[in-house]
Design a protein around this ligand. Structure first.
Ligand SMILES: Cc1ncc(COP(=O)(O)O)c(C=O)c1O
Length: 418
């Protein structure tokens, strides 16, 4: 037998599968209420429309749609995407460019490879999107986490941390944020915080990466979702988004918009990864925009997910243990629950929950500093409302058993994030 482990690059060490993912894999095919993943409800997929579009595209534009295409993306699709973005209030400047990526996960990987070298510093939110952390970690940066609360990243702490990093001589490459309907925390950044974040970025000459898969479907009225990209006057925001939640993740279409210079560099990084994103799905997505299918899907998703979000919030109100706390998400797919005692480690609780028929993601995986072990991320887009209710009921029963009699380690709410 070949000893492959001796041949692998050092970086292959960083590809290790997480224990949580391995545990959740064991549940595949079993009757489990999954509050774990971030999957759209398949009822949202516009199957009839996509079938018709795919047929039309292959038969009428097949010579192009089945061919290789430019690394930056199919030219007409890039134009259609820019119009789509502008229609959603995202400012695209004359000196900006757009790059189509294979899902926005690829954008995260390309940003990691383009910006970060070993021992650079990056700044993320505490908690932040796990797969972004994993993509960034491959380039071995130092990672500084900034706590968030209901209004998003705590920008006063951000400035203190930046000063500290500068004092330590660290080279800060970017600040990564998910301002609207945060994954995993569900919170949305206030307009004041966004302005403050941009002021700080300007003062210390830093780049912001704005990851925005969720601002298209916000369920409540009067929520400010102005993108940082739109507020930015200095070309320091790199904006990224995806069709995964507003059309279908199986198409694997995402995009990055930013200053032309940097997008050109990222495009060259993409060339070595996959030459280009699938031409066929770009053509399909382009037609879906043109025929109004994307906007229709967004409306359908909003309607369905609002009901499910409300079902989750109601079930949490009814069943969850006393002292647990969760910010109300105005959009997106997730609620993050903060349990009232640091004595409960949600990672240790997971096997018991799976045994009882419910899956969730332990929150600590989302914290760059390893904190958050008393938190859990719950998804409401995939399960049915009655499953959400039952799942929360079961989960609460399990948690109740583990609440220590003496709640000696209860922490004040504001420390839950750090
Ligand atoms: C914040 C965030 N960024 C990026 C992604 C990746 O999306 P995709 O690669 O499907 O476009 C997700 C998916 O859940 C996400 O929540």
């Amino acid at each position: 037998m070949v000893k492959y482990e001796k041949l692998l690059a050092d970086r292959a060490e960083l590809f290790r599968a997480s224990e949580v993912r391995e545990l959740l894999k064991l549940t595949e095919g079993k009757r489990i209420i999954s509050l774990a993943g971030g999957l759209p409800d398949p009822r949202v997929f516009p199957k009839e429309e996509l079938a018709e579009i795919a047929r039309d595209v292959i038969l009428n534009a097949g010579d192009k749609a089945l061919q290789y295409s430019p690394t930056a993306g199919v030219t007409e699709f890039r134009k259609a995407l820019i119009d789509f973005m502008r229609s959603k209030g995202v400012k695209v400047n004359d000196d900006d460019s757009i790059l189509v990526t294979s899902g926005s996960q690829q954008a995260l990987d390309l940003l990691s490879r383009t910006f970060i070298q070993k021992d650079d510093e990056i700044i993320v939110e505490l908690p932040t999107y796990l797969a972004a952390l994993n993509a960034f970690r491959l380039s071995k940066p130092g990672i500084t986490g900034i706590p968030i609360d209901e209004y998003g990243m705590k920008t006063d702490i951000l400035e203190e941390e930046i000063k500290r990093l500068i004092w330590l001589g660290r080279k800060i490459k970017f600040i990564y944020t998910i301002p609207v309907a945060h994954n995993p925390a569900g919170v949305t950044m206030s307009l004041d915080r966004k302005k403050h974040l941009l002021e700080i970025a300007s003062k210390y000459d830093l780049v912001i990466i704005e990851d925005d898969p969720y601002s298209f479907f916000v369920y409540d009225e009067n929520v400010d979702v102005t993108p940082l990209k739109t507020l930015d006057k200095e070309g320091r925001v790199i904006y990224m988004s995806t069709f995964s939640k507003i059309l279908a993740p199986g198409l694997r279409i995402g995009w990055i918009i930013g200053n032309k210079y940097v997008i050109d560099v990222i495009e060259r990084a993409k060339q070595t990864a996959d030459l280009h994103t699938a031409t066929l799905t770009q053509f399909i997505a382009m037609e879906a925009i043109k025929r109004g299918v994307v906007n229709k899907t967004i409306e359908k998703a909003k309607e369905l997910y609002k009901v499910k979000r409300d079902a989750m919030l109601e079930a949490l109100d009814e069943y969850m243990v006393e002292g647990a706390w969760w910010p109300k998400p105005v959009g997106g797919l997730f609620v993050m629950v903060f349990l009232p005692s640091y004595d409960i480690d949600t990672k240790k609780l997971l096997p018991e929950a799976l045994e009882a028929g419910v899956a969730y993601v332990p929150g600590s995986s989302f914290f760059a500093n390893g904190a958050g072990w008393n938190t859990m991320r719950l998804n409401f887009s995939f399960p049915k409302p009655e499953e959400i209710r039952e799942g929360i009921r079961i989960l609460s029963e399990i948690i109740k058993k583990h609440i220590p009699k003496e709640k000696k380690k209860i922490m004040p709410e504001h420390i839950f994030y750090s």
